[in-house]
Design a protein around this ligand. Structure first.
Ligand SMILES: *[C@@H]1O[C@H](CO)[C@@H](O)[C@H](O)[C@H]1NC(C)=O
Length: 140
């Protein structure tokens, strides 16, 4: 095998290495932010974004939600990450709301292959999956 054949094989390997995980990872995911804060309290303001996608600023009254769907991509190192900034009165949090295709986030406490819901409550922000299984992720 000469050098140019070797180079072709190396290039093919690199090509498949990068493309195959991408092709497998075309599942659709939905992320939902649900405001379960008291009615007589300030409205929830959110700003969600990924590296390529700014979903804008949204104001949610109690029991309103904001959701979006996307096909996640899984490259070797680069992966889809959505983060959200939450503001409620004086309180604020900024967290990843999606960074792991089987668990929503790499916290690994619940399994969720299609849906994750972030519910804001008085004491913090809760994460749950499509079956309603969930836990308190973070305090305000
Ligand atoms: C989000 O809002 C839509 C439209 O009002 C509603 O159909 C849906 O059930 C809501 N989702 C949640 C999790 O409350």
């Amino acid at each position: 095998m000469d050098y140019s054949q070797f180079k072709t094989i190396v290039l093919l390997c690199i090509f498949f290495f990068f493309c195959c995980p991408q092709a497998k990872g075309s599942r659709k995911y939905t992320v939902c932010v649900y405001n379960s804060l008291p009615v007589d309290s300030p409205k929830l303001r959110i700003h969600c974004y990924s590296k390529d996608n700014d979903l804008g600023f949204h104001v949610l009254s109690s029991y309103e939600n904001f959701s979006w769907s996307f096909k996640f991509t899984k490259w070797f190192l680069a992966r889809t990450v959505f983060s959200c900034h939450f503001w409620w009165g004086e309180k604020a949090q900024e967290i990843d709301v999606f960074n792991e295709e089987d668990n929503c986030i790499s916290d690994l406490q619940i399994t969720s292959k299609t849906y994750c819901q972030w519910t804001t409550q008085e004491d913090g922000i809760y994460l749950s999956n499509e079956k309603g299984e969930g836990y308190k992720y973070i305090s305000w």
